[in-house]
Design a protein around this ligand. Structure first.
Ligand SMILES: [Zn+2]
Ligand SMILES: [Zn+2]
Length: 499
């Protein structure tokens, strides 16, 4: 038996298995292929299109082998080539090779094996395979596949098997530990929220986690961002401080949840919340709102497990010096524990005052998180020499399109707001200019207005960044983007928080 025949048989079985998988449990297979289905219509598409495609591939391979004819194998190779072209097209359009490493080698391997097999084979014209035999084999194959699908569907509805699957899932996810991200070996910056007030299905609102020296610092606590931090499996009891840039809702909305979700895992001290004058009011409000909840939890789980002494946040008001320093910079050191120094820097987000950026310096590596600001010259001065400038960004052309559209749809309030917000944010190319002036090695854009949630929108959002950065690096952050700055080096790595 030729080796290619064996390999094609294995591929055919794999395709059949994937086909059955998409028919029976599209949720599980979709996750493996990084697909999110939108409700029942989405699952119908997965069952129909994905399940059908894999079955068709399996059928073509098996019919080709049974009949000894080349046409079905060539059709399978052609279909897989189209899949490969689609993947490469995705790479070209998005600029990201994500998803290629896991699938492309398997697909290319299949095309190569099919091509090799077809090359070494001749069609048997003298003895054509009877149509009846093809039909019989196809019926056997389809019947077998349907039987397997039925057995699997029944099995997945068996309580015993469901319980085992759930237990396996729980074992995999409970106790997941990403505490290595807090190591002394690097300054790490992860984006726990990358959108602004406009809603996005894929992004929480403003939040950046800075990790080093066994501690986590959170810059802003935008709505939905605590969920990200919890899903990442970080040791949230080690959140040592929250730095609030300003008091717009997209920067403070999750503060109550962040406090609760760091208290429940056993944070040893009250959560310190830093911010400009006004932070006392914000913190007092959240503390008040959560007082009843904290009481219930202490009563239910004991005061030893849920100590009231660490339940309520403590506000630390950060005031700026009256007289600005060189370059018009107004800044002040918020904390310095010998290895980590955090400095608040005044920005310009008028009429929202005070508005601060925060600079983190750890063992020779540094990151500046801007919060909301215009292209403000003193901020570039205060960011001088930083490794990463994590800057908010508003794409004015895209917001103008929203404004225009709101006007056309007779939504004057929305149009008015879309016009107003253009004045107190920084654009991507202005952020590039600021990063250049600061000499930042990497510019990261977050707090994206509007949130670009597909490849085309990302490309529009980042238009002009390459030339504005003059060859300097930049990245458009997603929720879960991770930037690692190893200590004792000038390098940086762009990755994802391990899930
Ligand atoms: Zn904002
Ligand atoms: Zn703001």
């Amino acid at each position: 038996m030729r080796i290619t025949k064996v390999v094609i048989t294995i591929y055919a079985l794999l395709f059949a298995l994937l086909g059955v998988g998409f028919w029976v449990a599209p949720e599980l297979l979709a996750a493996r292929f990084n697909i999110v289905a939108l409700g029942v219509p989405g699952f119908s598409t997965l069952r129909g299109d994905m399940g059908g495609m894999f079955f068709a591939l399996s059928a073509l391979c098996l019919v080709g082998l049974w009949t000894g004819r080349r046409a079905p194998l060539m059709a399978a190779a052609l279909a897989l080539s189209a899949v490969i072209v689609g993947r490469l097209l995705g790479w070209a359009v998005t600029g990201s090779p994500a998803g290629l490493a896991a699938n492309l080698p398997i697909e290319i391997g299949a095309v190569v094996v099919l091509a090799l097999h077809v090359r070494g084979q001749k069609d048997p014209p003298a003895e054509p395979v009877p149509t009846g035999r093809i039909a019989r084999n196809a019926a056997i194959w389809a019947g077998g596949a349907a039987a397997v699908a039925a057995v699997m569907a029944l099995a997945l509805h068996s309580p015993a098997i469901q319980d085992r699957m759930f237990a396996a899932f729980v074992r995999q996810n409970v106790g997941r530990d990403n505490s290595a991200l807090l190591g002394d070996d690097a300054l790490r910056v992860a984006t726990c929220g990358t959108s602004a007030p406009l809603p996005s299905l894929a992004r929480a609102k403003a939040c950046v986690a800075v990790m080093a020296g066994g501690k986590i610092y959170i810059v802003d606590s935008g709505p939905e961002s605590t969920k990200n931090l919890m899903l990442w499996g970080l040791p949230l009891d080690r959140v040592a401080g929250v730095m609030i840039t300003h008091f717009h809702s997209d920067h403070i909305g999750d503060l109550g949840e962040l406090n609760l979700q760091t208290w429940v895992p056993g944070r040893p001290a009250p959560l310190a919340v830093y911010g400009g004058p006004g932070i006392e009011q914000v913190v007092a409000g959240f503390n008040e709102a959560y007082t009843l909840d904290e009481g219930y939890r202490t009563a239910h789980h004991t005061a030893e497990l849920m100590p009231p002494a660490t339940a309520q946040m403590i506000a630390h008001t950060v005031t700026m010096p009256e007289v600005p320093g060189p370059g018009g910079v107004r800044s002040t050191v918020v904390l310095d524990d010998g290895s980590m120094k955090v400095t608040a820097i005044e920005t310009n987000h008028a009429p929202a005052r005070p508005a601060y950026a925060y600079r983190f310096d750890f063992k020779g590596r540094s990151a500046v998180i801007t919060g909301d600001t215009t292209n403000y010259a003193p901020l570039a001065v205060a960011s001088s020499g930083t490794d990463i400038l994590v800057s908010e960004a508003l794409n004015r052309e895209m917001i103008r399109t929203l404004e225009q559209s709101a006007r056309e749809k007779n939504r004057p309030r929305v149009a008015h707001i879309m016009r107003d917000i253009q004045s107190y944010h920084i654009s991507p190319t202005e952020a590039a200019d600021m990063a250049n002036k600061a000499g930042a090695r990497l510019l990261v854009l977050y707090h994206l207005l509007p949130a670009p949630d597909n490849g085309i929108a990302k490309e529009i959002f980042a238009r002009g960044l390459d030339s504005a950065r003059h060859g300097g690096k930049w990245d458009l952050a997603d929720d879960g983007s991770l930037y690692t700055l190893p200590v004792g080096s000038t390098a940086f790595e762009i990755g994802r928080v391990p899930q």
